[in-house]
Design a protein around this ligand. Structure first.
Ligand code: GLN
Length: 548
């Protein structure tokens, strides 16, 4: 039977609840347990797909094409279970489902209410999500509840999991609460009061935490932990200090040293071998002991260069730790390139244009790509970065001076990138989209397998097949491919059914690749990712060639 760990948050958000939950999951996995994770988001949007990345950070895309919270990216980086649509849900989805049932008359004329109908639906969604991994034989599902205790929005979620723990009975559920213990500089003290209040709030709604994860910028001394223990009625050994770390991959060891995993396995009556965190120790060692370094220029819109590239930044770091390279990322605002030129790119060892949406800053990105192409600087273009590389090449090498994407100019007379109106999703179902489709859920989303052409750079990196995740509306327009290929561009992979270009490269450039998918979503610190490793190696080689 699956057992549950519910992770709630108190005081403020952004304390790293997702990382803490994923770190606990990593420890439990290292103890031989089959672990999965869920994220419950109390907001009303159906999914984060249409939310501004500036407000909400990156949208993480699962294998089965769900646009989810970025915490699911952390989950996949920390444990081996693959996240699916069912691993993340929102209030919007719960209400959508309940309202559909109500319209179908499934509530038999009863008044539909938050308790029990919404709370029952939440429980059903939690149990469904826990089952999608491990053929339904999950040992432990760690359920992270978004928001903080005291929010109106999260109340139904907390009520639902409280009921669930009661229903499942003894040793089936465990509650962990993550709070803030701020250091007040003027007093020179750590303050435990916000934690006390937060736990009180939780107890008011009937949840008694089994462990507290106390976030602070430093280790919390024992006397402060004792105070928290006494006021919150949580045993001293379960008041765990989680201080700021320079690497998220240090958190599993930090929690294991304080025996959080044992508190959980005891509460859940699970018998499992000791934790083996040697893999995580290796990762941390590699991260702290690089033998070389490179600087990559990431060219994007100023507002996007924040939380919106979590997975990408992680993927570059993973490639760094598997090649013992410190990967420095310089964020370059493409609008600055438009006004000041490409001078800022001169000291770089490689250029990267990540995914993105909308016209703003695209001409600056195209200028950066032209610079990389002409100066033989390694270039990686992801999604929009591939589309812009095709536009750049079309304009400057294939005689298509007015080449553009219909995303930026709907009337473009040389639309080398355009909207395609029909495609098949990962299950083979035909999907359609038009200029006026809803923005939510009308993209090409999720994993798709496709063969790689023999003898290409892409094949030397990926082997004969790629299977990567997508999130985009526009595609390279096949009507122009022949002309582009004649001028020296190569399409090195195409989707098997629709024949859509998936990878492009420039054979007379040492390392220039554009991919229509998002390889960053499948990189983990344990295995890294072949494309990012090849990119880092190309940057190292370029750096060396400059030095000679
Ligand atoms: N805006 C482009 C599209 O919709 C690229 C999307 C992306 O980079 N993820 O096709």
């Amino acid at each position: 039977m699956t057992k549950y760990v519910f992770v709630t948050g108190g005081v403020v958000s952004s304390l790293g609840k997702g990382i803490a939950a994923a770190s606990l999951a990593a420890i439990l996995e290292s103890r031989g347990l089959k672990v999965t994770m869920l994220k419950l988001d109390p907001y009303i949007n159906v999914d984060p797909g249409t939310m501004s990345p500036f407000q909400h950070g990156e949208v993480f895309v699962t294998e089965d094409g769900a646009e989810t919270d970025l915490d699911l990216g952390h989950y996949e980086r920390f444990i081996s279970a693959k996240m699916k649509k069912a691993n993340n849900f929102t209030t919007g989805q719960i209400y959508e489902s309940v309202l559909r049932k109500e319209r179908r008359g499934e509530y038999l004329g009863k008044t539909v209410q938050v308790i029990p109908h919404i709370t029952n639906e939440i429980q059903a969604f939690v149990e469904r999500g826990a089952k999608v991994a491990w053929d339904g034989k999950t040992d432990v599902a760690i359920v992270e509840i978004g928001g903080t205790v005291g929010d109106i929005e999260s109340l139904p979620f907390l009520e639902a999991v409280r009921q669930m723990s009661l229903r499942l009975g003894r040793n089936s559920a465990c509650f962990i609460h993550l709070t803030l213990v701020p250091f007040i500089a003027s007093a020179g003290e750590l303050k435990t009061k916000p934690t006390q209040h937060s736990v009180q709030k939780l107890r008011e709604i009937g949840i008694f935490p089994d462990a507290l994860l106390c976030r602070a910028d430093r280790r919390i001394p024992d006397d402060e932990r004792a105070k928290i223990s006494m006021f919150s009625n949580v045993p001293l050994e379960a008041v765990i200090s989680v201080w700021d770390a320079d690497s998220i991959y240090k958190i599993p060891a930090m929690l294991e040293a304080q025996q959080l995993d044992s508190i959980v396995t005891e509460k859940l009556a699970i018998d499992a071998p000791k934790a083996d965190l040697s893999k995580w120790a290796e990762i941390v060692y590699a991260q702290e002991n690089p033998v070389q370094q490179i600087t990559i220029g990431m060219v994007g819109k100023y507002v996007d260069l924040t939380e919106s590239y979590k997975s990408l930044i992680e993927a570059l770091n993973h490639a760094g730790l598997h090649t013992r390279t410190q990967v420095n990322i310089r964020y370059i605002d493409s609008e600055n390139i438009e006004s000041d030129g490409v001078g800022e790119l001169q000291k770089l060892d490689a250029v990267l244009v990540p995914g993105g949406f909308g016209k703003r800053g695209t001409e600056g990105k195209i200028a950066a790509i032209q610079y990389a192409r002409e100066n033989k600087v390694p270039y990686l273009g992801i999604c929009l970065g591939m589309q812009l590389a095709v536009i750049e090449f079309a304009r400057h090498c294939a005689g298509l001076e007015r080449a553009n994407s219909t995303e930026f100019d709907s009337q473009a007379d040389q639309p080398v990138v355009a909207l395609i109106t029909e495609w098949q999703d990962s299950t083979g179902k035909t999907e359609k989209r038009t200029e006026t489709s809803d923005l939510g859920g009308t993209m090409r989303l999720g994993s798709q397998r496709c063969p790689v052409k023999p003898g290409t750079l892409a094949e030397s990196i990926y082997g004969p097949e790629v299977n990567e995740r997508h999130r985009h509306r526009y595609e390279v327009n096949n009507n122009y491919v022949e002309q582009l290929e004649k001028a020296g561009l190569r399409i090195s992979a195409r989707t098997p059914t629709e024949n859509l270009p998936e990878i492009m490269e420039l054979p007379d450039h040492p390392w220039f690749i554009g991919v229509q998918f998002h390889p960053e979503f499948t990189s983990t610190p344990r295995d890294s990712h072949p494309l990012f490793m090849a990119y880092v190696k190309a940057a190292l080689a370029y750096k060396q060639s400059k030095a000679i």
